[in-house]
Ligand binder design. Sequence first.
Ligand SMILES: Cc1cc2nc3c(=O)[nH]c(=O)nc-3n(C[C@H](O)[C@H](O)[C@H](O)COP(=O)(O)OP(=O)(O)OC[C@H]3O[C@@H](n4cnc5c(N)ncnc54)[C@H](O)[C@@H]3O)c2cc1C
Length: 223
Amino acid sequence: MFLISSKIYILMTKDIYSGKIISKKKNNVHFLLKIDKSLEYLPGQFISIFKKENDQLLRAKPYTLASLDQRYVELYIGIVENGEFSNYLDQLQINDDIYFKGPVGIPIEKKITSNNLIIITLGCGIATYRAFIHHNVSKYNISLFFINKKKDVFFIEEFEELSKRNKNFRYTEIVGKERQDFNLEKEIRENVTYLLSGPPKATEFYSQLLKKNNVNEQNIIIN
Ligand SMILES: Cc1cc2nc3c(=O)[nH]c(=O)nc-3n(C[C@H](O)[C@H](O)[C@H](O)COP(=O)(O)OP(=O)(O)OC[C@H]3O[C@@H](n4cnc5c(N)ncnc54)[C@H](O)[C@@H]3O)c2cc1C
């Protein structure tokens, strides 16, 4: 059961979907978009959300579809300090319009090289793999390391519950000061695909660390 209190009603035009925010949840920002036509997509695909300025849709940035319900589009937006788009989305209010194109992108499953997956997500990077995990939890051996500034009640409940029901899914949340002690090198194994997502500097850091420990580049996927 999702703790959702945000809804955006979507109308479809030729290539661009437009909709109204009908509710919104903070922490960072969690949107649920209700669509009036079913939208087909696979885990890991994303939409491009436009920023509207002076009645014009000028530029767009990608945001991952965090669930697989074709009647809804679910998004998690991490607020980046001084970030243009994330703060634009954060200031949107109920009944404001939102516009996006897509979905596009290579589904995660097409990039995987092994049945054993170690997923390392930082902050809102969790959005990238959430739908994938739910969809594939019985198919792969998955260890999820969710690294976050503070405890996230929403995800703790969701993933702990999932790990209780699936013995091949392991969930570790690393919060606050614990982040400094996270030792990825201890998790390095043979025959594993490493999936990373989050702030570019952090994913680059973990990717370099894996390479330094002789993990083949093709087994490291940054989304
Ligand atoms: C395929 C794809 C899917 C994505 N899906 C999501 C998603 O589901 N949810 C989501 O929140 N974001 C997602 N992003 C990131 C998103 O597109 C924006 O890059 C992000 O919201 C920051 O944009 P901004 O305009 O607010 O910040 P900017 O104005 O671009 O950046 C401001 C400053 O913050 C730094 N910065 C940029 N991103 C981050 C970050 N994540 N953490 C910390 N510092 C940062 C920049 O280097 C810069 O110094 C995705 C990106 C890609 C490529």
